[in-house]
Design a protein around this ligand. Structure first.
Ligand code: ADP
Ligand code: MG
Ligand code: ZN
Length: 619
């Protein structure tokens, strides 16, 4: 067999995606390999395909039990013998699995990094031919990454303990230079092939809104996606609880996830979501790493996250199957304050020395700023993201809220003058909140304490809502007309540029989201599009839509019986393709993307039968 046959027969795909083939070839030629690809790009395949072609066992190191289980399940479904070795097994199960492994039953074994240096595993490794060690989520070795795992440092000890050094491959979605260098250094990769593929995810629609009523806006959105799976990310556990309760009361199928729940409840809730029993997952950022659920159709950020890395990673959990999916961010000014608080009280940094801690906090503040700018940019959101990750983005993508609905250009000169004037009047001694309270004419303790009612600008802008004022202030900072000091007081000060506006030499216009709630996009059901190269941009007819629902129902029944998540049976993309191809026999069924030999054996007949029934009355 060659790599193409493996791809077709086991995974049911006709072609490799960008980057996959190069990475696979590199591994097969015996070179260490580092693949940096965005979430959903298909990293697993890059080590799974070579694993089936190499002489010997591939060990996959993965940080999370849930992740291993999921991938092993998917491999087994595809007819590949694979197993996992981690703490979810009893001692007897573990022993048995190792025994089978030693007999060469599994070409692919997933191992928790904590296991590698144990005596039993070392004994096994010394008696087995290990062809490759594949490190998934490799950014976990880096202290600069967001998910540092000390146990990942054991990987290199393990590799060094082997008498024959296997090929080492590593995969991550984190593209920053620090993390990439750390992976190469810490895993001691030898002259590795390093490949970064495009970070663009064309099937994701990005949108930012600053609605007056975020909850109502969110519900409005969810109601247009009644049958779809989605994730709602909140900044705090408390918000998760509130939002989840409210959605529940409003009759939505919803569950929740955050670090304050017991292990058992977390696992149960995660399963509820993965097995499509609960449609909506409301969660903090604790949820998601290792969730391979491919049919998440939308990710809503109910709050702005702390930085673009987190945002893109979390939003990227939508649409992993390549089908259209929505990423909606609901921004409000309070989010900046909350994130600032997290940065200032970061428990994780407690062990760091004061200097490093300050550097880290500064870096985090800088990243928060860039995240905030994302919420206000009038540019194409996708270009903003790609530029952030060091890629060149076209200025117009046609698939984000800025490109589609457009912002209106507003003349904010008067407001800008009042804000700058207030800063000047108090000689740059106070923070943004006091400034904004002053121009609005609020009667707060701070305003009184600092004597701000005396300012000629006091109450100058009573009609502009605080969030909008904050947008204007942020904009002035972004454009260099104001600066905010980088210490704990975050005091607002004038710059050399301020005078031009203060003295009326320049006007200030900025793009702002139109005041009304952004229009709701067409119902997703009607706009399901097949996103791949096979037949890009096809819109479903009503018949196809009905067939899709029917096949989805069949998938759910089968998944229940087999006790696997529905997307493990067939992905949304595969069902979509089936509706387009409408296969009538084995041959045609095998031509559907995602239907391999093994899955055909298991499910082919049932789906053929269902398609026959559903389309009998058509031509
Ligand atoms: P990553 O680990 O990079 O986030 P995964 O390996 O989980 O992504 O793959 C995401 C999805 O893409 C999976 O559903 C997978 O089956 C699918 N996929 C991977 N490679 C291909 C391919 N060549 N053609 C079609 N689908 C693919
Ligand atoms: Mg992965
Ligand atoms: Zn755009």
């Amino acid at each position: 067999m060659d790599k193409y046959q493996v791809l077709k027969q086991y995974f049911g795909y006709d072609e490799f995606r960008e980057g996959q083939e190069k990475l696979i070839d590199s591994i097969l030629s015996g070179r260490d390999t580092l693949g940096i690809m965005p979430t959903g790009a298909g990293k697993s395949l890059c080590f799974q395909v070579p694993a089936l072609l190499m002489e010997g066992i591939t060990l996959v190191i993965s940080p999370l039990i849930s992740l291993m289980k999921d991938q092993v399940k998917a491999l087994n479904e595809a007819g590949i013998h694979a197993a996992f070795l981690n703490s979810s097994l009893t001692a007897a199960q573990y022993h048995k699995a190792l025994g089978f492994a030693a007999q060469g039953r599994y070409p692919v074994i997933y191992v928790a990094p904590e296991r590698l240096m144990t005596e039993e595993f070392q004994d096994f490794a010394s008696r087995t031919r290990i062809a490759m060690v594949a490190v998934d989520e490799a950014h976990c070795v880096s202290q600069w990454g967001q998910d540092f795992r000390p146990s990942y440092l054991k990987i290199v000890d393990f590799i060094r303990s082997l008498s024959n050094r296997p090929v080492v491959s590593a995969f991550t979605a984190t593209a920053t230079k620090e993390v990439r260098d750390d992976i190469i250094d810490i895993l001691m990769l030898r002259e590795p092939t390093v490949l970064t593929t495009g970070f663009d995810r064309p099937n994701l629609y990005f949108s930012v809104q600053s609605p007056k009523n975020p909850y109502a806006t969110m519900v409005n959105f969810i109601e247009t996606h009644p049958d779809d799976s989605g994730i709602v990310y909140c900044l705090t556990r408390k918000t998760v609880e509130e939002v989840c309760d409210r959605l529940h009361q409003d009759g939505f199928s919803v569950t929740r996830y955050h670090a304050g729940l017991s292990d058992i409840e977390r696992r149960e809730n995660q399963d509820e979501f993965i097995y499509d029993r609960a449609r909506i997952m409301v969660a903090t950022n604790a949820f998601g790493m290792g969730i391979d659920k491919s049919n998440v159709r939308y990710v809503i950020h109910y709050n702005m996250p702390k930085n673009m890395e987190s945002y893109y990673q979390e939003a990227g959990r939508a649409g992993r199957d390549g089908e259209p999916a929505d990423c909606l961010l609901l921004y409000r000014g309070q989010d900046v304050v909350t994130n600032q608080f997290f940065i200032d009280h970061n428990q994780d940094n407690e062990e760091l020395d004061p200097v490093t801690r300050r550097i880290v906090a500064e870096r985090d503040r800088e990243r928060l700023k860039k995240m905030t700018y994302y919420c206000f940019t009038g540019d194409c959101l996708r270009s903003y993201i790609l530029r952030y990750f060091g890629e060149y983005g076209a200025n117009y993508c046609g698939n984000c809220s800025n490109c589609l609905t457009g912002f209106e250009t507003v003349d904010v000169t008067e407001a800008a003058q009042a804000i700058l004037g207030t800063v000047e009047w108090c000689r740059g001694r106070y923070g943004a909140t006091v400034i904004l309270e002053t121009v609005r004419g609020s009667d707060t303790a701070k305003v009184r304490r600092y004597g701000m009612e005396q300012s000629p600008y006091y109450g100058k802008l009573p009609r502009i809502a605080v969030p909008r004022l904050r947008q204007i202030l942020n904009f002035l900072v972004m454009e260099g007309y104001l600066t905010v000091t980088n210490d704990e007081y975050a005091v607002v000060k004038l710059t050399k540029e301020s005078g031009r506006i203060l003295h009326g030499a320049e006007t200030v216009t900025m793009k702002m989201a139109k005041e009304q709630e952004a229009p709701v996009r067409e119902k997703s059901k009607k706009s399901r599009r097949y996103g791949s190269s096979v037949s890009a941009g096809i819109e479903f007819t009503e018949e196809q839509e009905r067939l899709f629902e029917s096949l989805r129902g069949l998938r759910t029944e089968i998944a229940k019986k087999e006790k696997v998540p529905p997307y493990i049976v067939f992905s949304d993309k595969t069902l979509t393709h089936m509706c387009i191809v409408r296969p009538g026999n084995r041959e045609e069924m095998l031509s559907v993307s995602g239907v391999g030999e093994h899955k055909y054996q298991k499910y082919g007949q049932a789906f053929l039968e269902r398609i026959r029934q559903e389309t009998a009355f058509l031509s």
